[in-house]
Design a protein around this ligand. Structure first.
Ligand SMILES: Cc1cc2nc3c(=O)[nH]c(=O)nc-3n(C[C@H](O)[C@H](O)[C@H](O)COP(=O)(O)O)c2cc1C
Length: 480
């Protein structure tokens, strides 16, 4: 259980390389053709025949920290709701509050709760299109409220094959960046728990452990006490989902089987003396969070001529790299290191840098746009922004201390930083996008031991995204 070797092998087998050659690993699915449109998985899990309980329309800031329908509506909509839609020749394509690689959003959200004002205790599934909760079963009335996030590998592997396993944690992270910011504003004692008995949580929400499995539990009131599993309706994920055995293996290798293993996980986390995260009392957002989140959208083109003010780098990085409240990093610590290519930032010369302890350390001065574009899988978005941040981890240290589950944690924290950088950039009138990358080339370029987990490019959008809509009233995007 939790053997680090499996994550190591998975990571190696799913690297991008400029040669375009697929790595050798007998467990990779050979001959799979990505993006077969007649097999495209549905965007959402559904429960045909089960009526949802609509959440309130109002997602504006409600004062106080009492968790009721108002705050739940705000948390769920602004983290996982549908904000935009496009018409694909009669079929709707939905865009969510948080970014997701390829807009595939392979995350499902469940609420497990005791009695709340206007909400009966139960295990609920969040329906993003209807902005409603479907009750799957009852729960003890004193169950502390928590969210369970699951990943649906086929939804992302349909395009990204086995590399999609990484996306589950990235996309859960961008979503939770929103949840964390909203919870902080509401003064909820939120905590992101990665230490749980996998089979328990998976069964609790009616997932099967292969086509859908548990990623994280988010305590909304300080503690987690999940009820025992019992039968729940199965729901519908896809007609013909394909399993990628290496993904199942990579996930299962990190599983915790019993409460003792969860204790062991927490001890191992505390023993890992990583880098210090940024401090909480640093910069903050200027605008209301719902406005920032509805403005957010991934930049499709940056204006390379615009120089970003220093705060769009320094304050943004400080805000984005704050410690995550949870059980997968020791208090005030982080699993990550951040390397940057700086292209156009006031007062910071172009070059390669490391972000450490709230400061930029120059590694190499000089124009780095072309190199950055190349590192980001030869995508222009990696080169044309004000800077590009490579969220990286000393994977050997992480896996050595935390086993294969540590792999989940490092990818997940990178997703959270990515999501937070978006929010800060949009707050200051700038923009951002997540990017994928050539794994080995990035570590070589920065001459560092840490390997990249995820990339965020930040810059001035050439065309600002159309602001997103409200619950059940997403903005209809016109196709150009
Ligand atoms: C983890 C992650 C990786 C991404 N990678 C890329 C990428 O390599 N290239 C790209 O153009 N966009 C990338 N994106 C942006 C997504 O395509 C975008 O989030 C998605 O289409 C949804 O659109 P929205 O962010 O505007 O809501 C990425 C986003 C995320 C969250």
């Amino acid at each position: 259980m939790n053997d680090p070797e499996v994550a190591r092998e998975y990571h190696r087998a799913t690297m991008h390389d400029p040669s375009g050659l697929r790595p050798e690993d007998p467990r990779l699915v050979r001959g799979y053709r990505p993006l077969q449109w007649d097999r495209k998985p549905p965007q959402f899990k559904t429960y045909p025949g089960l009526e949802g309980l609509p959440l309130p329309d109002d997602v504006s800031h409600t004062s106080g920290s009492e968790l009721g329908m108002g705050l739940l509506s705000r948390l769920l909509f602004l983290s996982a709701g549908v904000v935009r839609t496009a018409d694909l020749g009669g079929e709707a394509l939905f865009f969510r509050a948080a970014g997701s690689a390829g807009n595939l959003s392979p995350i499902e959200v469940y609420l497990v709760t005791g009695d709340l004002p206007e909400l009966e205790a139960g295990v609920y599934h969040y329906e993003p299109v209807e902005h409603a909760l479907v009750r799957l079963r009852p729960a003890p009335s004193n169950t502390p409220p928590a969210l369970v996030l699951t990943g649906v590998p086929w939804r992302t592997a349909w395009k990204y094959r086995e590399r999609g396993f990484r996306h589950l944690y990235w996309d859960a992270g961008t979503m939770l960046a929103h949840t964390l910011a909203l919870a902080e504003e509401a003064e909820l004692a939120v905590s992101v728990e990665l230490g749980f008995v996998d089979d328990h949580v998976t069964a609790l929400v009616g997932a099967d452990g292969v086509h859908e499995f548990a990623l994280a539990v988010v305590a909304l009131s300080g503690s987690v006490a999940l009820p025992e599993p019992e039968e729940v309706p199965a729901g519908h994920l896809a007609d013909d989902p394909l399993e990628f055995p290496l993904v199942t293996l990579a996930q299962r290798a990190g599983d915790l089987a019993a409460d003792e293993d969860v204790e062991g996980w927490r001890r191992a986390v505390r023993s890992l003396s990583g880098e210090r995260a940024s401090f909480d009392d640093g910069p903050s957002l200027n605008r209301p969070l719902d406005e920032v989140i509805r403005r957010r959208g991934s930049c499709r083109q940056f204006d390379p001529g615009r120089i970003a003010p220093a705060e769009v780098l320094g304050d943004a990085m400080a805000w984005a790299t704050r410690a995550v409240p949870g059980d997968f990093v020791a208090d005030g610590a982080t699993l990550l290191e951040h390397y940057l290519t700086v292209h156009a930032v006031e007062g910071v010369g172009p070059g390669a840098y490391r972000w450490r302890g709230g400061e930029l350390e120059l590694l190499r001065a000089g124009e780095v746009r072309d190199a950055a574009g190349h590192l980001c899988l030869d995508q222009a978005l990696g080169a044309s922004g004000a800077y590009t941040a490579f969220h990286s981890a000393r994977l050997e240290d992480v896996l050595g201390a935390l086993g294969s589950r540590g792999y989940r944690a490092a990818q997940f924290e990178a997703g959270i930083v990515e999501g937070r950088l978006h929010l800060f950039a949009y707050d200051r009138g700038f923009g951002a996008t997540g990017l994928t990358f050539y794994d080995r080339e990035v570590a070589r370029f920065f001459a560092c031991e840490a390997v990249p987990m995820l990339v965020t490019a930040v810059g001035a959008p050439l065309h600002a995204p159309v602001p997103g809509g409200l619950p059940r009233r997403p903005v209809l995007l016109r196709r150009t």
